[in-house]
Design a protein around this ligand. Structure first.
Ligand code: AMP
Ligand code: MN
Ligand code: MN
Length: 343
C-alpha cells in the first residue's frame, strides 16, 4: 500500500470540535484514554499527561489503558499519572468518550478497538502521516514531532495550565519521539514547547537518565552479543546500504532480560555510517518479529513498513513480520529498493 494523499494539520474547526466534545461531557461522564499496543514514551506520556489535565478539569471517572498485558517498560514505570492506568480487561466497555493517543491505525488499539464503536464519541490525537482516519474526531498533525505536541495544544485550548506532573509526562513523550531533540521534526515550536514544560520546574537531566540512560547490566551484555552479529549489506537500496541484526526470545532468556530493553537497540545499529537503512528484528513469538526500521533519508521507511502491514514515519517505522528472520529480511530488502526516494 502506498501512502495516501498528504494529511493536513488540524483546522480550527477540528480543534473546536475536540474542545466541544470534552466540554459537553456530563459531570458523571466516563472517559477512557487508550494508547497504542506496546506503548512507548510518546504513547504513554501524551496519554497520562492529557489524563492528568482532564483530572484538573474535574473529569472524575477517568481511565487510561493500552492493549495487551498491563506491563510497562521499566524506564516508564515511574511516570506521574500511573494511577489512571487500568488493565484493558477492566476498561469501561461503553465510555462516554474514548480518546486515542499515538495510534496510526485502529489495529494498534488491539482488543480495545471495539470502543471506537461502543463509546459515545471517539477522539484521535496522533501525528503519523500514515494515520488511517479512524475515529470520529481527528487531531492528527503529521507535522507534529510527537503526539504530545497535539495533546499540549488541546490542553491549552481547554484552559488547563501545565504543572510539573503534566509537564513530566509530556516532556518524556517529546524527548522520546525527537530522539532528545536530534531528529528532523525538531522545529522551533518543539523547543518552545520544551521551554514551557521546563518552566514548570521539571529536571531534564533526571528524567533523561531514567528514561534513556538506565538499563540492567544483563541488557548491556545482551546488546554486546546482538550488536556483534550485525550485518552490513552495502549493496542494498541501490548502494545506500542496509545494516541489520536480530534478537531472539532465547537471547532475552539467556540474559534474563525483558523485551522492553530491546527498544533502544535500533539506536546502536542506526549510527552505522555505511548504511542509509537500519533494521532490528525482535522476536516476539515462534514465527513472529517486531521490526524496527530507521532511515537517514534516502529511503522512506514508512513505505517499507506500510507495504509489509505496519506504519510509521519517513525516518522511523515498524511492522510485525512472520517467518524466520532471513525471510522477513528478504521482504524488507525488496521493499527498501522500492522505497528509494528519487534524488
Ligand atoms: P519503533 O521502531 O517500534 O520505535 O517504531 C517506530 C515507528 O513505527 C513508530 O512511530 C511506531 O508508531 C511505528 N510502528 C512500529 N511498529 C508498528 C506496527 N506494527 N504497525 C504500525 N506502526 C508501527
Ligand atoms: Mn509511539
Ligand atoms: Mn509518536
Amino acid at each position: 500500500m502506498l501512502p495516501g494523499p498528504a494529511l493536513a494539520a488540524p483546522t480550527e474547526a477540528d480543534w473546536a470540535a475536540a474542545v466541544a466534545a470534552v466540554r459537553r461531557l456530563p459531570a458523571d461522564a466516563r472517559v477512557l484514554l487508550v494508547c497504542h499496543v506496546n506503548p512507548d514514551g510518546d504513547a504513554l506520556g501524551s496519554m497520562l499527561g492529557f489524563g492528568l489535565g482532564l483530572r484538573r478539569l474535574g473529569v472524575g471517572r477517568l481511565q487510561a489503558t493500552f492493549p495487551g498485558p498491563p506491563e510497562l517498560p521499566e524506564p516508564l514505570g515511574w511516570l506521574p499519572g500511573l494511577d489512571l492506568l487500568v488493565p484493558s480487561v477492566e476498561a469501561y466497555p461503553d465510555p462516554d468518550l474514548v480518546v486515542c493517543f499515538d495510534a496510526a491505525s485502529a489495529s494498534r488499539l488491539g482488543e480495545l478497538v471495539d470502543r471506537l464503536d461502543t463509546a459515545g464519541d471517539a477522539l484521535v490525537l496522533d501525528h503519523h502521516a500514515s494515520n488511517t482516519g479512524f475515529g470520529r474526531l481527528h487531531l492528527v498533525d503529521p507535522g507534529a514531532a510527537a503526539t504530545s505536541v497535539v495533546a499540549e495544544e488541546l490542553l491549552a485550548r481547554l484552559g488547563v495550565s501545565l504543572d510539573a506532573e503534566i509537564a513530566t509526562c509530556l516532556y518524556v513523550a517529546l524527548t522520546t519521539d525527537t530522539g532528545s531533540f536530534r531528529f528532523e521534526a525538531t522545529t522551533p515550536a518543539v523547543h518552545q514547547l520544551a521551554a514551557r514544560l521546563l518552566a514548570t520546574g521539571i529536571r531534564p537531566g533526571d528524567i533523561s537518565r531514567r528514561v534513556f540512560d538506565t538499563r540492567p547490566f544483563g541488557a548491556v551484555r545482551l546488546f554486546g552479543e546482538v550488536l556483534g552479529r550485525a550485518v552490513l549489506d552495502p549493496t542494498a537500496a541501490a548502494g545506500r546500504g542496509l545494516v541489520w541484526t536480530y534478537a531472539t526470545l532465547d537471547d532475552l532468556a539467556r540474559h534474563h532480560q525483558r523485551p522492553y530493553v530491546l527498544e533502544s537497540l535500533i539506536d546502536s545499529v542506526r549510527c552505522t555510517a555505511e548504511a542509509d537503512v537500519a533494521c532490528v528484528l525482535k522476536q516476539v513469538g515462534s514465527d513472529e518479529w517486531a521490526v524496527s526500521l530507521r532511515s537517514k533519508g534516502a529511503v522512506d521507511v514508512s513505505r517499507v513498513a506500510m507495504a509489509l502491514g505496519g506504519g510509521g514515519h519517513r525516518f522511523a517505522a515498524g511492522f510485525t513480520g512472520h517467518g524466520d528472520a532471513q525471510e522477513v529480511l528478504g521482504r524488507i530488502r525488496v521493499e527498501v529498493d522500492a522505497a528509494l526516494i528519487a534524488s
